[in-house]
Design a protein around this ligand. Sequence first.
Ligand code: FMN
Length: 359
Amino acid sequence: MPIPALHIGDLAAKVPIIQGGMGIRVSLSKLASAVANEGAIGVIAGAMVGIHDPNVFKNPRKANSEALAQEIRKAKEMTNGILGVNIMVALSDFSELVKVSIKERIDIIFAGAGLPLDLPQYVSEEVKTKLVPIISSGRAAKLICKKWLAKFNYLPDAFVVEGPLAGGHLGFKPQQLDDPAFGLERLVPEVLEAVKPFEDAHGRKIPVVAAGGVYSGEDICKYLKLGAAGVQMGTRFVATHECDVDPAFKQAYIDSSQEDIGIIQSPVGMPGRALLNAFLHDVKAGKKFVFKCPYHCITPCDYTKAPYCISSALANAQKGRLKSGFAFAGGNAHRVKEIVSVKELIDSLKERFLSCCPA
Ligand SMILES: Cc1cc2nc3c(=O)[nH]c(=O)nc-3n(C[C@H](O)[C@H](O)[C@H](O)COP(=O)(O)O)c2cc1C
């Protein structure tokens, strides 16, 4: 079948792929604008985006807000395509980052790592920014629809449903991660079923986008056939020339084998999927890194008990200093064999989709 556009409100992405927001500073203006230029949706990650600002220790919230505004502006200079931001609900500066994104007229806000129950409070009639929660169950989709309607008379503009194979923080209990009952193939129909009564009652579509382990044109076909309106992909976009991380981070993906990809218990209080390296092995063995907490970035993080600072560890990895940090990665990262351009990646996904996906 021809590749369908992904419609989110009045936005239409010619290619039904969202590049997942990746922090810290993994997806910034360069990656997001390159993706948007190919007709897909490019996303800038908001988590501690200002971590390299010289004033970050004095005022991390201001540093993050300014850096996010700057990245949005830079991206807009490089594309007329569709751009989003990813803002984790667990961030202590969630509301500032949402406000700045709306002020900068971002097209879409993606909000996960917690339920964004109050997100519509930031938008008004004149604001065109779309609101898209990232969830991991039909129950969460239903709850958000109910609460948003009751409190704000607003329905989500779409949902991203993220399954257990995704990279980064995961919305599952560790024992659920390998349980087929929580597989993305099950979650997509579950979320579609949960949103259906709201679509029927309000006469509008709530597109559901599948994320977590989506790797090939065949995968895109599979999830569209299940009823998803598009897919969100993270890992594959890390392995692009345009991705905003140091080459050593990308090389770690290429060098990885399946055994190197594992689950960590993040100081954020959620499991996360990452490339296991010496740093994470030390943490697992009980090593505690002495650190001060200048950022107070994640609301549930108790830094007095955390063995290391996750923001510093991720920022080190982003700079290529993998001995003092680690890289988040999806379950399919070991399949990455080369770095390509965003255009090459999207062209090859489209091509494969067109040849393998029957109408
Ligand atoms: C390096 C990396 C960093 C990520 N950071 C974030 C983040 O800051 N916020 C978020 O909601 N998801 C984050 N994710 C999840 C992605 O947005 C995406 O949903 C997920 O990676 C999809 O699975 P895939 O990598 O198998 O394609 C991250 C993923 C990776 C690989």
